[in-house]
Design a protein around this ligand. Structure first.
Ligand SMILES: Nc1ncnc2c1ncn2[C@@H]1O[C@H](COP(=O)(O)OP(=O)(O)OP(=O)(O)O)[C@@H](O)[C@H]1O
Length: 455
């Protein structure tokens, strides 16, 4: 059974205490390079310095301290404080390759190469079989994602930036590096290193081998997630985001929480990915928000943030509420092919909840039985709170994790006491059939996530 820690200490004290203590699963902060916000930029630079001062002060083993293999041609370990503002466009002028990474000594990985974290372009080139299409696992706005096998046999994912990345996208790519390099939590995708070589910009990250949550909900991965598995995944996601909000040395707001950004392991553990839009929250604990350009994915975005451009951790809570509805209903946030009253899934699901008909909103793939029905109803209630129009009324991510934990506990107790005949297994065949036809019936193939970036 998976054990999931439930954070409990006071937010600001805990953040200070834990700054950088990655071994405990609570750790260092991340920053965001934000060109529009000079205050944030200043804070960002000072936090980067603080972080690396800590990092290189001997508390943790770093790439530069790790033993180097003689055959590591074309690598250059950055010593001291890397200047993230120059991971960039002018790299092509610089013929030397540039690598920095953070140690994974505390991650439990057995790979010595990952522990050292320095990669050469040649190694990456070989590890992906020359960026072979066979190893391609995805495509995002910033480039292509490959699966790669390092010489020591460990698998990693490689994010290779498009060569013609526009400035705006490049800033987001760099932002992902800045964020990933500063976080370490089992429910967040791990970062192993960054490499520049001529025009190439490559991020080396943890390979998560079982697709995205969206693919599981769509039934194109796995055997269909049962309610208990969905609860586990929701708790994992809540813990990952709680860490970002509370346990880094500066709160991090992900800004793009959605099912297609949740990666799933073969043990159905969830890892939050895609930190391209992440940014720093307010440093001052009394500040309620930071003002920023609106970014995120339509359907998941906090309307309060869209209206005011004031970003806070509660905007992630809103998106998490949408995600909970997505997980319980199996539907996308926007379903253009549905009847009008059902097109905006959160509205429809909340309406069903209010009418006491949450079972109607349940994903047809889920077994109906008293324990599942109750769990879904409770999760939708929590979603309802996360989706409160005013951000002040929303719960924190930490309390979402706690509520979900209780729902899971209650669900497990009920299922262990309820005999299996309580479930409507007779309906399973019909449900499976509905799953098969779902794409055709509801036109899911027409749906895409609509990325929204204000100009
Ligand atoms: N660490 C990883 N391990 C395994 N697969 C991954 C990993 N990171 C990304 N992928 C796969 O690659 C796809 C593209 O990922 P990427 O983060 O580049 O873009 P995206 O989130 O899908 O889109 P966008 O960048 O436009 O938001 C993902 O949907 C996922 O299927």
């Amino acid at each position: 059974m998976r054990k999931t820690p439930s954070p409990s200490l006071h937010k600001s004290n805990q953040r200070k205490k834990n700054a950088g203590l990655q071994d405990r699963g609570v750790g260092n902060g991340k920053q965001r390079h934000n060109v529009e916000n000079h205050t944030s930029l200043t804070n960002f630079k000072s936090s980067v310095k603080n972080f690396f001062t800590f990092l290189f002060s001997g508390k943790r083993k770093t790439a530069s301290e790790a033993p180097q293999g003689d055959d590591r041609k074309n690598t250059h370990n950055v010593k001291g404080v890397p200047d993230f503002t120059d991971i960039s466009s002018d790299s092509s002028k610089n013929s030397s390759k540039r690598v920095f990474s953070h140690s994974s000594a505390s991650s439990g990985t057995s790979s010595s190469q990952l522990a050292m974290g320095n990669f050469t372009f040649d190694e990456i080139y070989k590890a992906t079989a020359k960026f072979s299409l066979d190893n391609k696992i995805g495509e995002g706005a910033f480039g292509t994602v490959y699966k790669a096998k390092l010489i020591d046999g460990s698998l990693v994912a490689i994010k290779r930036a498009k060569k013609d990345l526009q400035n705006k996208n490049l800033a987001e790519f760099k932002n992902e590096i800045n964020t990933l390099s500063r976080i370490e939590h089992r429910n967040l995708v791990r970062w192993y290193g960054y490499l520049e070589h001529a025009e190439e910009k490559i991020i080396v990250i943890e390979y998560v081998n079982n697709g995205t949550l969206r693919e599981h909900l769509d039934g194109i991965r796995g055997d269909g997630l049962e309610i208990g598995e969905r609860l586990d995944i929701a708790i994992d996601v809540a813990h990952g985001i709680t860490y970002l909000h509370m346990y880094t040395d500066h709160p991090i707001i992900h800004r793009d929480i959605k099912a297609s950004n949740i990666l799933i392991t073969d043990k159905l553990q969830a890892k939050v990915a895609d930190f391209g839009f992440a940014r720093l929250g307010a440093e001052d604990p009394n500040a309620t928000h930071v003002s920023t350009q609106i970014k995120g994915t339509a359907g998941y975005m906090d309307p309060d943030y869209m209206r005011t451009q004031h970003l806070s951790e509660q905007s992630d809570v809103y998106s998490f509420g949408v995600l909970l509805v997505e997980m319980m209903t199996g539907r996308y946030p926007v379903e253009p092919m549905r009847p009008l009253s059902e097109r905006v899934t959160i509205k429809w699901a909340m309406q069903m909840l209010k009418q006491g008909e949450s079972v109607i909103a349940m994903d047809p793939r889920l077994s109906r039985n008293p324990a599942s029905n109750k769990a879904v109803r409770k999760v939708l209630k929590l979603a309802f709170q996360c989706l409160a129009p005013s951000r002040r009324s929303r719960p924190t991510m930490k309390s979402c994790a706690e509520v979900l934990w209780d729902i899971r506990k209650d669900f497990k107790e009920r299922t262990s006491s309820d005999p299996p005949h309580g479930s409507h297994h007779s309906a399973d065949f019909l449900q499976r059939d509905a799953r098969k036809n779902r794409h055709m019936t509801f036109g899911i193939e027409d749906r895409k996530d609509y990325k929204f970036v204000s100009s």
